[in-house]
Design a protein around this ligand. Structure first.
Ligand code: ATP
Length: 310
C-alpha cells in the first residue's frame, strides 16, 4: 500500500529550479532512500513534504490524503529530523524532547513518558546536562529523539549522520532499523550511498531536481550491468580448466592470470556456489576472493559522469 505519493512536484527559487516535476511513491512500512549529491533537491523535497516550504505546483498525498497547509491530523503522523540541528542548546535532553512533544499536542504524564522513551531509544536517557555540552553525535541523537517523541507513522530524516563519529553513526543506523521494524515508514535522505545500500529497499537517485533513476537496489545496479565480478586467488591454477568454468550456468566470462581467476557471473543466476563447488572438486584451495560488486556510486557515476561526493 502506498503511503506517500508525490506527483509532478515543482519548486523554483527565482530563476533557479530546485525540483522539476518530481514523481515518487513510498510504500507503507518501508525505508525509502532519497540519494543525491549536494544541491540535488533532497531537502527542498522533504521540506515541502513537511509543510515547511510551499510547492509551486504538483500534488502530495500522505496516507491517501492530499497534503494541505495546517492539516493537524497529517502533521501528527509525521516526524521530521532536519539536517540542521533543531535543538535548544540551553535545555537538557529531556526538556528538548518534552518541548517538541508538546508541539505535537502531548501533555502531562503521557508527554513525560514518551519523552523519556524517545531518549532511551537513542541512548540518552541518563543525560542530565545541558545539550550544549553534548558531542556532535549526541546532538544528532537528540535531534532524532525530538522527531520521534510523538510516535510518528512516517519519519523523515534529512542526512542525519552528517559529520558524526562512526559509533554514533552505527547507533543511529540501528535505531532507524528498529523504528522501521516497529512499523514506522521512513524516508531517509543521504549522499552516503553506503547508508542507502544498508538501510533502504527502494531508492530514488536524484540529481539537479530530477529523479534520474528509481527502484530497488538490484534493479538500479542492473542499469549499469547485470554482472557481478570476482577475483579469485587459488593455490594451483594449472588443475582448473577454463572451458569447464565457462560451461557453468551463469558464468559469463573467465580469465586466468598467474594464480588468479577473474570471473564474471550473471547477477540473476546464483552461480558462485557452483563455481566454488567445481574448484573444491578439483582439490584446489581458494586463498582469497575479492568481489568487485557494483555499488550505487557506480550507478550514479554511470548516469551522470560525476561522483556522488566530490
Ligand atoms: N531557500 C533557497 N533559496 C534559494 N535557493 C535555494 C534555497 N533552498 C535550496 N535552494 C537551491 O535549490 C537546489 C536544491 O537544494 P537542496 O538543499 O534541496 O539540495 P540537497 O539535495 O538537499 O543538498 P544538500 O545535501 O546540500 O542539502 C540547490 O541549487 C539550492 O542552492
Amino acid at each position: 500500500m502506498k503511503y506517500v505519493e508525490i506527483n509532478n512536484l515543482y519548486k523554483s527559487f527565482g530563476d533557479s529550479v530546485a525540483i522539476e516535476n518530481l514523481n515518487l511513491s513510498i510504500e507503507k512500512g518501508e525505508i525509502f532512500g532519497l540519494l543525491g549529491p549536494n544541491g540535488a533537491g533532497k531537502s527542498t523535497t522533504i521540506n515541502i513534504l513537511c509543510n515547511i516550504l510551499e510547492k509551486d505546483r504538483g500534488s502530495i498525498k500522505i496516507d491517501n490524503k492530499e497534503l494541505k497547509k495546517n492539516d493537524r491530523e497529517t502533521k501528527g503522523k509525521l516526524g521530521i529530523v532536519p539536517q540542521e540541528l533543531a535543538i535548544f542548546e540551553d535545555m537538557t535532553a529531556l526538556e528538548n524532547t518534552m518541548f517538541f512533544g508538546s508541539l505535537y499536542g502531548l501533555n502531562g504524564k503521557d508527554l513525560k513518558e514518551k519523552s523519556l522513551k524517545a531518549l532511551e531509544f537513542v541512548g540518552l536517557e541518563n543525560t542530565k546536562k545541558l545539550s550544549k555540552t553534548f558531542s556532535g553525535g549526541m546532538k544528532r541523537r537528540l535531534n532524532i529523539a525530538c522527531g520521534i517523541v510523538h510516535n510518528p507513522e512516517l519519519l523523515i530524516l534529512d542526512e542525519p549522520t552528517v559529520g558524526i563519529d562512526p559509533q554514533s553513526r552505527n547507533h543511529i543506523m540501528k535505531s532507524i532499523k528498529t523504528l522501521n521494524t516497529n512499523g514506522c515508514t521512513i524516508i531517509y535522505t543521504t549522499h552516503y550511498m553506503e547508508e542507502a545500500e544498508t538501510l533502504c529497499k527502494n531508492i530514488a537517485i536524484i540529481d539537479k531536481g530530477k529523479v534520474i533513476a528509481k527502484g530497488d537496489k538490484e534493479s538500479l545496479k542492473s542499469i549499469v550491468s547485470n554482472k557481478n565480478k570476482f577475483e579469485v586467488l587459488v593455490d594451483d591454477i594449472t588443475i582448473i580448466s577454463e572451458s569447464d568454468l565457462i560451461e557453468i550456468n551463469g558464468v559469463d566470462s573467465v580469465e586466468f592470470k598467474e594464480n588468479k581467476i577473474y570471473i564474471s557471473l550473471d547477477r540473476e543466476v546464483s552461480s558462485l556456489n557452483k563455481f566454488i563447488t567445481y574448484i573444491s572438486s578439483k582439490d584446489v584451495k581458494i586463498l582469497d576472493i575479492k568481489s568487485q560488486v557494483l555499488t550505487l556510486e557506480d550507478v550514479f557515476l554511470n548516469l551522470t559522469g560525476r561522483k556522488l561526493r566530490d
